[in-house]
Design a protein. Structure first.
Ligand SMILES: [Zn+2]
Length: 250
């Protein structure tokens, strides 16, 4: 920043000019002390101005004395040019300073790569069969609540895990007949009922789409189908709405 201080003017007119500029520079620097970028930019401008003044001083010193008036006039022109040049330099230097600041930031504080948040498990429909009964109160049973979605799966058809998870129940389960319960991430549990055959055991880790059992008509049924329930943090949830919210085409 002080590299320009060596260029001391050698004649009185440019020396005054320099002195005038120097005072302006010093007072400006003082007012801009809190801004590093402004200091950098202004230092560049100051250097350009001083450089112009220095060149004027040297050229004036080399000229004969009888050209003093002409020199003084020329100095004004040169200084005006230096001023305009400094304005252009300022624009360039501002960009350069901004780039330098960006580069410095990149170099000094490299952003540590944050671990990607674990994506929610992908969900699939537990049976390709058409839906035969929906979640909600059943008119034909006097308003009894149906806590799941029924898929009209044929006897022996594949029932699949709706998402990655761990089997927490597999076996006879009251009205569900041969049932399976799977625990998933984020407090979600799915229940599958009425199998003719179970293909997973408690503790098994399953992936979305894995065949877990074959459809049947065990338990409280009027015909073979898959009864499918979804619980979110213990609360029964409409499976169709849940799957649709997960982006699954149901
Ligand atoms: Zn059902």
């Amino acid at each position: 920043m002080d590299s320009s201080s060596g260029k001391t003017p050698q004649t009185s007119t440019p020396a005054k000019f320099f002195e005038k500029h120097r005072q302006a520079i010093l007072s400006f620097l003082d007012s801009q002390r809190q801004s590093a970028v402004s200091r950098t930019v202004f230092a560049a401008v100051a250097a350009a101005v001083l450089l112009g003044t220095g060149f004027s001083a040297v050229s004036a010193a080399d000229r004969p004395a009888d050209e003093t008036v002409a020199v003084a006039s020329a100095d004004r022109e040169e200084n005006d040019q230096a001023g305009r040049s400094a304005e252009r330099d300022e624009a360039t230097d501002t960009e350069a300073a901004e780039k330098a600041t960006e580069k410095e930031t990149e170099t000094k504080a490299p952003e540590p790569k944050k671990a990607e948040p674990k994506p929610a498990p992908d969900w699939v429909v537990p049976s390709p069969a058409p839906i035969s009964d929906v979640y909600g109160p059943r008119d034909w049973r006097g308003g009894e609540m149906h806590y799941g979605t029924d898929f009209a799966a044929a006897e022996g058809a594949d029932n699949v895990a709706a998402a990655d998870g761990v089997v927490v129940q597999s076996g006879a389960n009251g009205g569900y007949g041969l049932g399976i319960t799977i625990e998933h991430a984020n407090g979600v549990v799915t229940v599958y009922g009425h199998h003719s055959k179970l293909l997973v055991s408690v503790g098994d880790k399953v992936k979305a789409g894995d065949v877990i059992g074959l459809a049947g008509s065990t338990g409280d049924v009027t015909g073979p189908h898959l009864h499918f329930e979804v619980y979110v943090n213990g609360a029964p949830t409409d499976p169709v709405k849940f799957l649709k919210d997960k982006g699954v085409k149901v």
